[in-house]
Design a protein around this ligand. Structure first.
Ligand SMILES: Cc1ncc(COP(=O)(O)O)c(C=O)c1O
Length: 391
């Protein structure tokens, strides 16, 4: 039986016996009051193992084609986007998709244009292969992209632009107009878009998520997605790339990705059966998740804005909130703030500057995945800490 001490969840007993609240990970599997992988997916994996499907995946005639078909029908049914089989590449999660795609997109000297803030691995891969450059997202407008600043940040070296939609770490859901504006800019300058849509089904108050590919027209979009969050299966390492390229502008890139897909790693055979159960199966559990997440979002938003020295815009999607630490505290920057917070209260959070370089600074990220009780205890600690520091 799984014990909370087996994983780095919200309550981890440190060696000295003290309780530390780790609010670092966006993994819905690991928090008190969290979720578990849907039953039908687990059953499919266990059945595959019991039935002897334990050989190399490429030894099973047609398995890859069947997985691709399941992903295709999921994209059509859930996202309303139509792809051809050769436009779908199964990967080991979005992490595998990143590992596969970016070395074919960038080389030294190239620039990868990112929102500030962005998801940390995009900043890292941009700086590993070339240079990560950032454009502003506007906190006062719920962290929507500043299209004028985006235009200013494009150079002849810009190779691609990444959006995370819905956004980690801010919870911003881009509307159709914003997505079209981003696509227009990419179209004018002739570079492809990369859209990470791993949180697409977690939206609140009925807000509609538009896959970027559905509004991008003939601008090429490489969409990255996975079952990690929607199906509470982070450890299964299953995801996919979908390539939207109606004008065949990135045909060569598409061929390279297909040829090199082994780099992304094969999905273990029994888990392919679990993946097909996910992609072909119901999405009912998501409604329940969203209901409970909305409660946690509302609580987090209210409590954070009641704490002196902190303010936070209301996330419309995903499960993160990105509060701002107002000027006037004793900290030099967000790194010092988060270090002080951890030392004093044993509450560990990621500092905002990990996620960008300018607009992320003096923020921190909270995944509001824990239940109402642990969240309240966390905000009590944060409140006491801020009051003590601000006098
Ligand atoms: C925006 C975003 N993309 C990708 C990932 C990782 O995805 P995967 O588990 O599919 O590798 C995460 C996980 O936190 C994420 O927040």
């Amino acid at each position: 039986m799984l014990r909370s001490t087996d994983y780095k969840g919200v309550n981890v007993v440190e060696e000295d016996g003290a309780e530390i609240f780790r609010l670092i990970s966006g993994d819905p599997n690991i928090y008190e009051g969290g979720w578990d992988t849907p039953r039908h997916m687990k059953d499919a994996v266990v059945k595959a193992i019991e039935d002897g499907y334990n050989m190399y995946p490429n030894r099973l005639e047609g398995l890859d084609t069947r997985l691709t078909e399941s992903i295709l029908s999921w994209e059509r049914r859930v996202n309303g986007v139509q792809y051809a089989p050769e436009e779908i590449i199964p990967t080991q999660g979005v992490a595998g998709a990143i590992r596969l795609a970016f070395p074919h997109i960038m080389e030294p000297g190239d620039e990868l244009l990112l929102t500030d803030p962005t998801y940390i691995p995009y900043k890292r891969i941009g700086n590993t292969l070339g240079k990560a450059t950032f454009f502003r997202t506007i906190e006062e407008e719920g962290w929507t992209p500043d299209i004028e600043d985006l235009r200013r940040k494009i150079t002849p070296k810009t190779k691609a632009l990444v959006i995370i939609h819905p956004q980690n770490p801010t919870g911003c859901l881009y509307d159709e107009k914003t997505l079209k504006a981003i696509a227009d800019v990419a179209g004018e300058h002739g570079f492809p878009l990369i859209s990470d849509e791993i949180y697409g089904l977690f939206t609140y108050e009925g807000a509609r998520f538009h896959p970027l590919a559905s509004v991008a027209g003939d601008v090429p979009v490489i969409t990255m997605n996975s079952i990690s969050k929607h199906y509470v299966a982070t450890g299964w390492r299953i995801g996919h790339i979908s390539i939207h390229d109606t004008g065949n502008m990135i045909g060569e890139l598409k061929e390279k990705l297909r040829a090199d897909r082994a780099v992304a790693g094969a999905i273990p055979t029994p888990l392919v059966y679990g993946a097909m159960a996910a992609y072909d199966g119901p999405t009912d559990h998501i409604r329940g998740m969203v209901e409970r997440l909305k409660e946690r979002r509302d609580l987090s938003h209210r409590r954070l804005n009641e704490i002196p020295g902190l303010s936070a815009t209301k996330p419309q999607a995903a499960f993160f909130i990105f509060p701002k630490v107002d000027d006037g505290g004793p900290w030099r920057d967000d790194l010092e703030f988060t270090r002080d917070l951890k030392a004093e209260t044993r509450l560990a959070v990621n500092p905002g500057s990990f996620y960008g370089e300018q607009y992320s600074v003096n923020h921190f990220r909270i995944p509001y995945l824990p239940g109402i009780d642990p969240l309240n205890r966390i905000f009590d600690k944060l409140e006491a800490f801020m009051k003590s520091r601000l006098g």
